[in-house]
Design a protein around this ligand. Structure first.
Ligand code: CUA
Length: 414
């Protein structure tokens, strides 16, 4: 049994092996359990044909990379152990072994093998890129725009190539799509570069101001698929989330018909009062079709509408504020645990039943008033924003009476 000369060398080798084992264990565990993340931000659990294309590319590339890794590391370990200095004093005076520098055959070989491996990876990658770029027939056309720090969506429902016809609809934060039908996205930005990413449904696509980038999504099953802006875009980049609600085609048709309606007229006295409070406090930034959209058309300079999410059918969404807060209670329905005074800013995201932590609100459930009220009370405390620079909602200094009225009005916006 040969022995190492110094304990330092032993520590280095054993330490390296331990680190190697730990890193690989972490990576393999992460790859195997990625799909269990309640926020679903994993690309390794594809839920649609386009994300499946990507997953089908990940597997062979991972296998090739793994074989190269094991081969190279194995060769290094073999040489290190086989030819290590063995404490033999005669070796110190032995002549240099034959040198191979400039060995043409060896150099061609170790250039050609990696080139061939990379050529295989390049072909597989190019096929996937072309498949992802191909136009899908009979797709739903949606414009996606990023803005500090939320996402907006405009549906071209009459297929005239524009997203602002009378029958088209605009929504924010949540993208509603029909199951099993491809959705063709036109991704752009109103300010800085963002990146649109619903990992379960496709890879990411940058949202660049002044540029329209095509992208597509499709979901195989009804469900909620979360996403996250993946290009650093300032203060609340981490809070610039989105989600996709995939629903059956007939339900989607009903959703479209509802969205095409102008906002409901408030009927109760409190809600009417809320509408006038809304006009006074919110209407210079938010837009409600049938309330202030005509003012915008007549005198765009009077309004900065369009810099905040369109609220016409606010209550059809389960989440708000860049999808970081629940607007409705999450499933299971009937979760009405009240929001206590002790619920802090951080908990507010998950207040309600702790078992529902991280679950997205369901628009069919009751409104989760604590989050909505807290937002109206002091929005910048709920999400870092820069209202002084026209980015995000300011603290409007509303009284509880005003908040109650505005909430009563917002609740009518189904
Ligand atoms: Cu938008 Cu990061």
């Amino acid at each position: 049994m040969k022995r190492f000369r110094s304990t330092g060398a032993k520590v280095a080798i054993i330490g390296s092996i331990a680190l190697f084992v730990v890193l690989w264990t972490v990576m393999i565990v992460a790859a195997l359990t990625g799909g269990n993340d309640p926020f679903q931000l994993t690309t390794l659990d594809p839920q649609g044909p386009f994300s499946t294309l990507i997953d089908n590319l990940v597997a062979p590339v991972f296998i090739i990379a793994g074989l190269v890794f094991v081969g190279v590391l194995g060769a290094i370990l073999f040489i290190v152990l086989r030819y290590r200095e063995k404490g033999d004093p005669e070796l110190d005076t032995a002549p240099m072994p034959k040198q191979t520098h400039g060995h043409t055959a060896a150099e061609i070989t170790w250039t050609a093998i990696p080139a061939a491996i990379l050529a295989v990876v390049a072909v597989l990658t190019a096929i996937t890129i072309l498949d992802l770029a191909a136009e899908e027939p009979d797709s739903l056309q949606v414009e996606v725009f990023g803005q500090q720090w939320w996402w907006g969506y405009r549906y071209d429902l009459d297929n005239d190539g524009r997203f602002d016809s009378d029958t088209d609809v605009e929504t924010a934060t949540e993208l509603v799509i029909p199951v099993g039908r491809p959705v063709q996205l036109s991704v752009t930005s109103n300010d800085v570069i963002h990146s649109f990413w619903i990992p379960a449904l496709n890879g990411k696509r940058d949202a660049v101001p002044g540029l329209v980038s095509p992208w597509k999504l499709q979901a195989d099953e009804p469900g909620v698929y979360r996403g996250q802006c993946t290009e650093f875009c300032g203060l609340s980049h981490a809070n610039m989330r989105m989600l996709v609600r995939a629903i059956p085609a007939d339900e989607f048709d009903r959703w479209v018909a509802d969205q095409q309606q102008p906002a409901a007229e408030p009927t109760t006295e409190l809600a009417q009062q809320g509408l006038s409070e809304w006009q006074n406090n919110c209407a210079s930034c938010h837009l409600i079709d049938g309330v202030n959209n005509e003012q915008l058309a007549e005198n765009p300079a009077a309004l900065v509408s369009g810099i905040a999410p369109n609220l016409t059918h606010l209550m059809s969404r389960g989440t708000f504020a860049g999808s970081i807060y629940n607007l409705h209670y999450p499933n299971p329905a009937g979760n009405t645990q009240p929001f206590g005074a002790t619920c802090t800013f951080e908990d507010l995201r998950n207040c309600g039943d702790p078992a529902d932590a991280g679950l997205p609100g369901n628009p069919d459930n009751p409104v989760y008033r604590p989050a909505l009220e807290a937002w109206l009370r002091n929005a910048p405390a709920m999400k870092p924003m820069a209202p002084d620079e026209g980015r995000g909602m300011p603290n409007l200094g509303l009284t509880q009476t005003q908040i109650d009225a505005i909430v009563a009005y917002l609740e009518t916006l189904k």
